[in-house]
Write a protein that binds this ligand. Structure first.
Ligand code: SF4
Length: 228
């Protein structure tokens, strides 16, 4: 069976560095992590362009808006009324650090994670994306692609909790922050491009060692370890 370290090496060799997370500043990365919930990145880019055009990619200026003013500006991201409230909730938390990730530099990662998870509208994936990509903390981001790919590879059962999957990566993956950053991006790319809901196993670098591989020339073949 493949190990998580071997999967990383193979995916990196296949796709190369992904240069995540797209964003000009750490604050923009954090905003993007909230806005991308349940929507494609293309829509997030559109909202971020609007915010930039309005000179609102600045925490104090953004926080000065009410949800009613903010919501129309992020309309392309869907659920924009809810997301406006989530952004403002996040900014309430961020104000506690003087609107500066640098001022949170001395804070313990576990405490920061607890605080972020206590923000209404921020779940584990968003909290961990902010911690890893905006704050440079060594936390593995788990998403639906992670669950799907690693279940198909036989490394996960598919029924594990978010935290159990994260603990597995923390225990087994040898990388530091740059590799954690890269690995999540590679998994997302692999899940979108190859290990799709209907996987393109014929194009997969992991296929030789994957117990779930299917032959694309065999229309009767179906994948058994799907997990999403
Ligand atoms: S061989 Fe198929 S099922 Fe296995 S990881 Fe690759 S694309 Fe996914």
């Amino acid at each position: 069976m493949l190990t998580v370290n071997r999967v990383y090496d193979l995916l990196l060799r296949e796709y190369g560095p992904q240069h995540w997370w797209p964003g000009r500043t750490d604050f923009e990365v954090a905003i993007g992590a909230i806005l991308t919930q349940s929507v494609s990145w293309k829509n997030v880019e559109s909202a971020i362009r609007t915010l930039r055009g309005e000179r609102l990619l600045h925490p104090r200026r953004l926080h000065a808006l009410g949800a009613r003013e903010l919501a129309p500006l992020i309309r392309p991201t869907g659920y924009f009324n809810q997301k406006a409230k989530k952004l403002l909730n996040f900014l309430d938390w961020f104000r506690g650090y003087g609107y500066s990730f640098a001022k949170a530099a001395g804070a313990d990662t576990a405490i920061l994670r607890e605080e972020l998870l206590a923000v209404n509208g921020i779940g584990p994936e968003t909290a961990d994306s902010i911690l890893l990509y905006a704050m440079g903390r060594k936390v593995f981001v788990v998403d639906a692609y992670t669950r799907r790919v690693f279940t198909r590879l036989g490394i996960l059962l598919g029924s594990e909790s978010y935290d159990a999957i994260q603990r597995m990566f923390h225990a087994r993956f040898r990388g530091g922050v740059p590799e954690y950053n890269e690995y999540h991006a590679l998994i997302v790319n692999h899940g979108k491009e190859v290990c799709r809901k209907r996987p393109l196993c014929g194009r997969c670098r992991l296929a030789r060692a994957c117990p779930s591989r299917v032959s694309e020339s065999d229309p009767a073949a179906s994948i058994t370890r799907t997990a999403g």
